[in-house]
Design a protein around this ligand. Sequence first.
Ligand SMILES: C[S@@+](CC[C@H](N)C(=O)[O-])C[C@H]1O[C@@H](n2cnc3c(N)ncnc32)[C@H](O)[C@@H]1O
Ligand code: SF4
Length: 411
Amino acid sequence: MDRVSPSQPPEGEPGPPDGHLAAARLAELDDPAASFSMYVHVPFCRTRCGYCDFNTYTASELGRQPGASRDSWATGALAELDVARRVLGDRAPAVDTVFFGGGTPTLLPPEDLAGVVAGIRDRFGLTADAEVTTESNPESVTATDLEALVSAGFNRISFGMQSAVPHVLQVLDRQHTPGRVPEVVAAARSAGFGSVSLDLIYGAPGESAADWQRTLDVALECGPDHVSAYSLIVEPGTRLAARIRRGELADIDDDVHAERYLQTEESLARDGFAWYEVSNWARDDEHRCRHNLAYWTGGHWWGVGPGAHSHVGGVRWWNRRHPVPWAARLADGASPAQGHELLDADTRRLERVMLELRLADGLALDVLTASERARADIHVAAGRVVLVDGRMRLTLSGRLLADGIVRDLLD
Ligand SMILES: C[S@@+](CC[C@H](N)C(=O)[O-])C[C@H]1O[C@@H](n2cnc3c(N)ncnc32)[C@H](O)[C@@H]1O
Ligand code: SF4
């Protein structure tokens, strides 16, 4: 029910200044089954929502430091693509999925995003049916922008809708009115986006079951292809956390979150959606988010932009978080990586269990040790998982407890 938050970087060794990867790591890209993705982080928002601790900056938070402006972001992103091309050489397969996330990518002029898509195509190539997504805030984009994005090669868009209820949008500090979402979804369709997704958040203080039902109903009336529904996480250090601590807002209730999750599944399934990851539903298999599936199934990806994370061949690294040092490193022709770690076989196995168990396709049982397999039987008996075709799959009640089941299973 929760989301994978990119908030704080892990501990790790400093990254090599030129960003190079050992030949044995790069060799994993030669596997014909390997997929290669690009994540592009745009760390700007008009205002900061009270619940959000993503790596993003408003204009006043950025100030006037050289290299920090939105105008210079695309120059830095293209410079990082040059680093990626130098490090990967000819080893990288054509890019299968691209995802511009944030922050708010559509705060930038569409030409900046178009330039970076072209930069990826020129340096690596895109597969014939590449999925190219941008996130967007409903109030940050016009019909003309959407047309320009389709011309640039974007074919999927994910709008941060969150709620259709004014008092919930207010608690979440969202700037748009409920009526804006149907308008932008219609405009995205007219512009030619083949796939439209909506992000929703449930469990905000003061949100009733009827409020959440209204949000689900309005979302479905928009006719999306994909829905992500996240339980509201109270991130330490956010304005939301401070307001709850001061007693201005009610605290989060896990039982309410579980009820809202069941309500979500019921409404979305009734409308023909199927879950494929605990927080994600698609109208059909073609509209599953291939980019996120690449993260969850051990794919290789380069993360461009301040604070972006990458994973290639069992090496994970993460960039300097603030746009100023990120841009400064690139201006010197150096890698913007802050730290990196080599994932050993055991860590890769643990991560596989954590991520694949959350998928509707489930986890291959042969990934588990004998003692983990024995503990799995306890969850089968309790009705939280089923074993089908050599895989372990969460049931609906198991989806409510996914993280606890993973913790319990692992040796
Ligand atoms: C980068 S934002 C999406 C694009 C855009 N910035 C927006 O908010 O409209 C990614 C999504 O993460 C989710 N999110 C962010 N912080 C969250 C939190 N504390 N709890 C639950 N979901 C959160 C929201 O649904 C949000 O749409
Ligand atoms: S607009 Fe999106 S990224 Fe920006 S602060 Fe709000 S939730 Fe976070």
